[in-house]
Design a protein around this ligand. Sequence first.
Ligand SMILES: C[S@@+](CC[C@H](N)C(=O)[O-])C[C@H]1O[C@@H](n2cnc3c(N)ncnc32)[C@H](O)[C@@H]1O
Length: 286
Amino acid sequence: MENESSETRNRARLAIMELANMISVPMSLNAAVRLGIADAIWNGGANSPLSAAEILPRLLLPSHTTIGGDPENLQRILRMLTSYGVFSEHLTGSIERKYSLTDVGKTLVTDSGGLSYAAYVLQHHQEALMRAWPLVHTAVVEPETEPYVKANGEAAYAQYGKSEEMNGLMQKAMSGVSVPFMKAILDGYDGFKSVDNLVDVGGSAGDCLRMILKQFPNVREGINFDLPEVVAKAPNIPGVTHVGGDMFQSVPSADAIFMKVCGNIIVTRIHLLTFLLIGRIFISVI
Ligand SMILES: C[S@@+](CC[C@H](N)C(=O)[O-])C[C@H]1O[C@@H](n2cnc3c(N)ncnc32)[C@H](O)[C@@H]1O
């Protein structure tokens, strides 16, 4: 082993300690969302730098909070997330630190449609997922059963289907991520202009189809295909038919197939899916 006092060893020890404590970053982010810090600072577009004591009365504190909250602990969360680019810290002569939102922080601000990335943050830290993370090592030694199933007794989507709360959070998270993403896609992509009917496989609440149909009136029929429990909760969208089923069994036919997935849940099985499909396929992975 190298000399323990060398610069390289010092940096390595710090790096491993930072990694060991890394959980504090997403947990602080989760806390910031639960408290509604982004909307409080945004304050209808002002985004003026505010101290922790000024932010505190604007937060979503439960009604039983008698002491009005703790500004010091709030500041710890603000400083942690400032290190990761969510907030900007302002030191203006006084010793009081003030915080505004960066572009990253602004993704958590609720828009006029009630959406933001906040639900995505909450969805990724819900209790069932948090129970699975400490079991990741078992995916190596006992790969037959995935950690989520070991922790919760069934697969994630099966569980979402039974729980209104989990299903609702999933749909809200997907809408929050997909609406701005689809705006960006539709700004520069015109591949739907010769499509008459389109099926969105794993379309969740149908936001992507709604936006495609609005921009491309030539798409006369949209089929939002997802698990039966998911489409049962999807809203009515003119021109869109919700169809429930399992994509690994079959998918409804159409001129073209649209598939937007976040992460690798479905991508790992896309090779199987492509055998089931006929027609043009538009796959987007973010
Ligand atoms: C990560 S979400 C993506 C949702 C949507 N495409 C978007 O980008 O906003 C994956 C979607 O696939 C759906 N899904 C998962 N397994 C499925 C299956 N076997 N058959 C049909 N849909 C499925 C889920 O219910 C969920 O709505």
